[in-house]
Design a protein around this ligand. Structure first.
Ligand SMILES: Cc1cc2nc3c(=O)[nH]c(=O)nc-3n(C[C@H](O)[C@H](O)[C@H](O)COP(=O)(O)OP(=O)(O)OC[C@H]3O[C@@H](n4cnc5c(N)ncnc54)[C@H](O)[C@@H]3O)c2cc1C
Length: 391
């Protein structure tokens, strides 16, 4: 069979996607899963594992081959993210941000030398972060104002703070959304810049409930001076670039949720097959079988939406934006339901800190918040219905 051929099947059944899944799964099961509890407990990915994952190209998934990266399609990369997140959500999220959300704006909007520099850095095992959210402003991106940048000769000076920035602890550089115009200009006065993590950047790691180990932090930029060519695109035109980045990010974040869902489902299914109650395995009791069937339904419908959104993106179909929001909203709500049911199937064991389902329960809630909350996805979808978003 030709590489990429689906033999009349679905795009995600192709040889190339299967090969990505197999190789990432092998790595994740061997090196990541055994350390998932340690990552969660310590809120950190051990250095040796981080380096191994970086060397495998998991933090540069979408960097094109011409810059030395793996050059995966979005569909291939979501499968990689799913498999990593199935083993450890924290490691999976590092991959979502560095391998997808950081690559996108650099590949699309950076000047050639800047693009070469930072995509090359990622390809060599570097890590990037995407700094958008501020203490004042998350969903309301057009209001951001706590990080400002101004041009000074051949440089930009970046000052201010960001919150909940994944990868900050490990990152070599940040894509920063900064206010370059007046606050009243809203979306018109925002610019995107690349800021190296030098001594002008302070990072304060946050103790999040789930997705621990992803290096999610408060970040302070203290008069960081960067070359003017680190501006992505045109000054004041960063808002649209942020939105485009979030569209790809939503598909990648959903894929991470999918991995968490799969892990919880696997545990519940195994438990229902092995544990007996009243003389029969749990799965032979109708209430439990019903929960498993519902969980499978939520898992596979989420998977279909995530892969469809990624495939539409790869095929250049403009309505992938709608599918990105559909995938994100569906995976988030179905994921929270699925993991809750998984815990129910495991009973007291599931509620114990010794159980992995307890970790998945904390993790999956993030999918309803990060990269645009459920409510934001609903707003986007309603705008599609009203014809206010044209594709
Ligand atoms: C683990 C984790 C990792 C993250 N990583 C990153 C990262 O790497 N980079 C980054 O920039 N950010 C990151 N975030 C931040 C995340 O994107 C924001 O938390 C999210 O966008 C919501 O913003 P907020 O927290 O300010 O909530 P708010 O925007 O204040 O929203 C609070 C609530 O109000 C609702 N709401 C807000 N506005 C409206 C409205 N107009 N209509 C209806 N409902 C509304 C929201 O849906 C939500 O329920 C991360 C968050 C988490 C939890």
């Amino acid at each position: 069979m030709e590489p990429g051929s689906t033999q009349g099947g679905l795009p995600w059944e192709s040889e190339s996607v299967r090969a990505v899944r197999e190789s990432v799964r092998e790595f994740a099961e061997k090196y990541v899963a055994p350390r998932a509890r340690e990552i969660d407990r310590d809120n950190a990915v051990p250095e040796d594992l981080l380096k191994m994952a970086a060397d495998m190209g998991y933090f540069s998934l979408r960097v094109p081959e011409e810059y030395g990266g793996p050059g995966l399609s979005l569909l291939e990369s979501v499968v990689a993210i799913e498999e990593l997140s199935r083993a450890s959500s924290g490691l999976g999220l590092i991959s979502v941000v560095s391998g997808s959300m950081v690559v996108y704006p650099i590949a699309r909007y950076a000047k050639p030398e800047t693009r070469e520099k930072y995509l090359g850095l990622l390809a060599k095992g570097g890590i990037g972060a995407f700094a958008l959210t501020e203490p004042c402003c998350g969903s309301d991106v057009a209001s951001l104002q706590m990080t400002r940048a101004y041009r000074d000769g051949d440089e930009y000076v970046v000052t201010g703070q960001k919150i909940f920035i994944t990868n900050s602890v490990y990152a070599d550089f940040f894509i920063v959304a900064a206010r370059t115009g007046r606050v009243e200009e809203r979306h018109r006065g925002i610019s995107l810049l690349v800021v190296d993590k030098t001594s002008c950047v302070d990072v304060s790691k946050l103790e999040m409930m789930g997705y621990r180990g992803s290096g999610t932090s408060l970040v302070y930029f203290n008069d960081c001076r960067i070359p003017a060519e680190n501006l992505l695109g045109v000054e004041g035109e960063g808002f649209k670039k942020v939105m485009m980045t979030l569209n790809e990010g939503r598909i990648s974040t959903s894929a991470s949720g999918l991995g968490v869902m799969q892990a919880a489902f696997d545990l519940a299914f195994r438990h229902a097959m092995e544990r007996e109650s009243m003389g029969r395995p749990l799965i032979e009791h109708q209430f439990v079988a019903g929960m498993l069937a519902e969980m499978l339904n939520k898992l596979e419908t989420s998977r279909l939406l995530v892969y469809t959104a990624a495939f539409k993106h790869d095929s250049g179909s403009p309505d992938y934006v709608k599918y990105a929001s559909l995938a994100k909203l569906h995976t988030a709500t179905s994921g929270v339901d699925l993991v809750r049911m998984a815990m129910q199937v495991l009973g007291g064991t599931g509620y114990s800190r010794d159980s992995d389902v307890e970790r998945h329960y904390r993790d999956i809630k993030m999918i309803e918040i990060g990269d645009g909350t459920n409510e934001v996805q609903k707003m986007v979808l309603a705008k599609f219905l009203q014809g206010r978003i044209k594709v």
